[in-house]
Design a protein around this ligand. Sequence first.
Ligand code: GLN
Length: 486
Amino acid sequence: MAIAEWRKQLELGEVSARELVDQKLSRIAEVENSLHAFLVVTADRARAEADRIDEARAAGEVLPPLAGIPLAIKDNLCTKGVKTTCSSRMLKNFVPPYESTVTERLWKSGAVLLGKTNLDEFAMGSSTETSAFGATSNPWNLKMVPGGSSGGSAAAVASGECLASLGSDTGGSIRQPASFCGVVGLKPTYGRVSRWGLVAFASSLDQVGPFANTVADAAEVLQVIAGADHRDSTCLEAPVPNYIEALSQPVTGLRIGLIKECFDQQGLSSAVKDSVMNAASHLQKLGIELVEVSCPRFNDGIATYYVIAPSEASANLARYDGVKYGYRSEDKDSLLSMTARSRAEGFGSEVQRRILIGTYALSAGYVDAYYKKAQQVRTLIRRDFDNAFQKVDLLLTPTSPSTAFASGAHLNDPLSMYISDLLTIPANLAGLPAISLPCGFDEKGLPIGVQLIANVLDESRLLQVSHQYEQTAKVMSRRPSAELIP
Ligand code: GLN
């Protein structure tokens, strides 16, 4: 059921916030053994919050927009008093003394924290398999990965454990798992949403955004979390439009560009290609004009990202030194050996690989050849988008070249894992908003996602077209629930 529908029922007293929370907690109890979407479930806190909302309603108070809505939060967003681990041994026992801006805004709007969700360690990965606390499964097929790094948040929505959730997207970590799990995932414009309290991975790319069952639900969550924040200097001052009103604005006459370079990919599965092309023809039936556009540098995104993101990660992760906070090894020989051992024992291998690559790319003698060059290519990618948006309102691509892959399939081959973000990374490099929507299923019954990319701060248009596609194409008539119940 959609958030707007719950709100109506709650206001009419047809359902209580407590009933809704209890329903979600029993769904969690039913499926978590096979899914492992959550690292921690905050059941007592959720029940207490729900009771408070029911009391407020009984007392005739006006309820805030997300009153009683049970949400799951990726475990790289700081929640005051609730452990925030980033799925790393390094932060295994870290209890933040402060709340992230996005979650603070959600709680102020009445939303209820159900728990913290699993991710690839420090959000580095595409499968939620590098978590130090065990992998998450895909609710559509438990042998498949849910995508990553926000795999727990995507799986929790897909399986009905929560109504919506938050993830973070540095190179595709909201959109790729949304596509693998058959839900909606939105990465806002860089700076649209505050990063305060998001554990930093690559600060010029990281952005928080929602997962939801429907586009309207994603708009409800974005409405609350978007907007200026004096605690994040990269957060934009631009006023936040009414995203919910935008959903029903007419779409006829809009122009959508199909990025040529994406459809020529060697590794693009034919099921994905067909389904995405069907989605494009459906949009045409809604009165949208389709045009082919070229972004010649699009496919350089991945190489560029794997210099810039590890470079920023190596700087950001330097703070985990075994002294200030996080894991400390037993080594008492010297400060240097204690720090070295703490990092070797606290970080998993993918995180260590990123730190090594980033440190190398930034080192004297290499910084011009790698980091500076990557920043120059980043500018060229941004210019390709600027040119494309001279001609069209939105761009369309598949979200990922394939549907969900089998657990373990790419775990020992980092390059093959990195490829799954080929089509999502360019939007991060250019700071653009982008969404993944379910558009069909492959021959194995796994969901396929289509990606729409908009110009800077044009989330309204993204949501508007997505909503009208979703409401008329009606591809998500199935839910994965049957698979999960043993
Ligand atoms: N999969 C990409 C990576 O491993 C993107 C991760 C993300 O968006 N957080 O870096």
